[in-house]
Design a protein around this ligand. Structure first.
Ligand SMILES: CC(C)(COP(=O)(O)OP(=O)(O)OC[C@H]1O[C@@H](n2cnc3c(N)ncnc32)[C@H](O)[C@@H]1OP(=O)(O)O)[C@@H](O)C(=O)NCCC(=O)NCCS
Length: 199
């Protein structure tokens, strides 16, 4: 198991550090969310322009074990990933993945790399099935996770109300951890020399 922090080079040459979120990341995290364009922020579950809500998001939850990973460039967060696993009950073998990348760093392989780190963590935790819940309008997200082996399992009609009050369909996409790894190994091989890790 490779310890954090990890250094990676993005496809544009930017040096990025990956590490779990720390208690002192509140201001960095708030700045990251404030910097997101509204159309990306609208898909988030809470109003992350509110520092208080960002603080609440970072607090431990009784029901959910939220493992949070951040990507930093020049000490600023440019990517945020979450692996959310129920602490008890009949969904204990599942976990939800969520990733969001700063607009100016999208399309450089960082989302795929962060998803691979979340897969590693899910594997370490014995998770057997992963899922993601995305708005039917988030076509880039659907395409990104589809490439990792996720498949549409369910569409929940009008299941999400955005911060602007609009209702959107939510697509639940799932993959078994074994299938995800098969796909991830092919992808990382194809990315060789691009989103390259430097340990
Ligand atoms: C979805 C998201 C996490 C992907 O991260 P990323 O770092 O941009 O993804 P990658 O660079 O690894 O690329 C993944 C695929 O998406 C494509 N992609 C990324 N950004 C894109 C864009 N703005 N327009 C079109 N395609 C895009 C990439 O080209 C790549 O596909 P390809 O390999 O066929 O070319 C990121 O775009 C994002 O944060 N979007 C807004 C929030 C969101 O939708 N989050 C998902 C909730 S789970």
């Amino acid at each position: 198991m490779k310890p954090y922090p990890k250094s990676i080079d993005l496809q544009d040459g930017a040096e990025v550090v990956l590490r779990p979120m720390q208690e002192d990341d509140l201001d960095r995290s708030h700045r990251f969310f404030l910097h997101l364009p509204e159309e990306d922020r609208l898909h988030l579950r809470m109003d992350v322009t509110d520092r208080e809500q960002v603080a609440i998001r970072m607090e431990p939850s009784d029901a959910m074990d939220n493992w949070r990973l951040v990507a930093l460039h020049d000490d600023a967060i440019i990517g945020d990933g979450t692996l959310a696993q129920p602490r008890y009950g009949w969904r204990r073998h599942t976990a939800e993945l969520r990733v969001i990348i700063a607009r100016e760093r999208q399309g450089l392989g960082l989302g795929t790399i962060m998803l691979s780190e979340l897969f590693h963590e899910a594997t370490r935790r014995g998770v057997e099935k992963l899922f993601g819940m995305v708005s039917a309008k988030q076509q880039v997200a659907i395409r990104t996770v589809s490439k990792l082996g996720f498949q549409d399992e369910l569409v929940l009609r009008d299941h999400r109300r955005t911060l602007l009050g609009d209702l959107e369909d939510v697509v639940v996409m799932t993959v078994s951890i074994a299938d995800a790894w098969r796909r991830m190994e092919d992808l990382m091989h194809a990315m060789d020399g691009q989103g390259r890790e430097r340990y």
